[in-house]
Design a binder for this molecule. Structure first.
Ligand code: 3PG
Length: 306
């Protein structure tokens, strides 16, 4: 089978090598499309392929229509909001993710951003320490739990809320459960967001929630920029000069925000949470193995469009 690795943000070379080895060992041919300029390049590259490995690359209905032989798309990573699931399902294309494989990289970035903001972006201005502070974790999945563990090791109090976990499950996984988002935001010196972008979550974090945060609090978003109501965030930062925001990746209104709020706002220029060679190897090789297993035995374990 022909497998296209389409990555606008390429994997580390060591991960690409591993992907090629796994797939070649099963008799598959690997085609590479890295740092491509636009969707038309992607649409042209899929014409003859049976499988794709992607990152945040956009697999739209147009891409699926341009790939008549396509059987499977594996998103090497957690969030699959970049894939048109309805179009894939209608075309009989299996979509998978590789849950947990890049979680540690994202969690380390969230913790790093927390300390970076506590130390006023490493400027000489007086900062603060995170030990003894409370972190609230919005969604206690693979990334959220790792953030919780690392924060606990830093001496922080860890609280969490997850719509898919009971209070008992959250306690058993090491955090103090809270019963509502309002309570989570109101009690968090640092609030780390780990929800996916879905029709229910897009734009769901805005002025009302953000302004519940206590004095001097910082909101950290290593999930998706789309979950933030950017106008609400901007107004919250205007009305509450004590609040801060750090994000991977930049909101659309970043230029205005940085001009208005200076060191109170930080954003990575390109999403980099999962951009470590370890995460690239974990997620990339998992994707290759999932494709190999799918074609060999029909294994659909990580399918997300069923
Ligand atoms: C994910 O959903 O796994 C992360 O956001 C990583 O995205 P990336 O592969 O584009 O870095």
């Amino acid at each position: 089978m022909k497998v296209l690795v389409a990555t606008q943000k390429p994997f580390a070379p060591v991960a690409v090598q591993g992907i090629k080895e796994i797939l070649a060992a099963e008799g598959h041919e690997v085609l590479m499309l890295e740092k491509y300029a636009g969707q038309s390049d992607l649409e042209a590259a899929v014409a003859d392929v049976e499988a794709m490995i992607i990152r945040s690359d956009k697999v739209t209905a147009e891409v699926i229509a341009a790939a008549p032989k396509l059987k499977i798309v594996v998103r090497a990573g957690a969030g699959y909001d970049n894939v048109d699931l309805a179009a894939a399902t209608a075309a009989g294309v299996v979509v998978m993710n590789t849950p947990g494989q890049n979680a540690n990289a994202v969690a380390e970035l969230a913790v790093a951003m927390m300390i970076f903001m506590a130390r006023t972006q490493f400027t000489p201005a007086t900062g603060s320490e995170v030990a003894g502070k409370t972190i609230g974790i919005q969604a206690y999945g693979n990334v959220g739990r790792l953030v919780g563990q690392k924060a606990a090791a830093l001496g922080m109090k860890v609280r969490a809320l997850d719509p898919f976990l009971s209070a008992e499950q959250i306690s058993a996984a090491g955090a103090e459960p809270v019963t509502s988002l309002e309570e989570l935001y109101a009690g968090s010196d640092y609030l780390s967001i780990h929800i996916p972008a879905t029709p229910q979550t897009v734009g769901s974090i805005g002025y009302e929630l953000i302004t519940r945060m206590p004095k001097g609090a910082t909101l950290i978003n290593t999930a998706r920029k789309e979950v933030i109501d950017e106008a609400g965030l901007e107004k919250a930062l205007e009305d509450r000069p004590d609040l801060k925001y750090a994000a991977d990746v930049a909101p659309d209104n970043i230029a205005a925000m940085q001009e208005k709020f200076g060191l109170r706002v930080f954003a990575t220029p390109k999403k980099m949470g999962a951009q470590t060679s370890e995460a690239n190897i974990n997620a990339g090789l998992a994707a290759a193995r999932q494709i190999a297993a799918f074609f060999k035995t029909g294994d659909r374990r990580f399918q997300v469009n069923k």
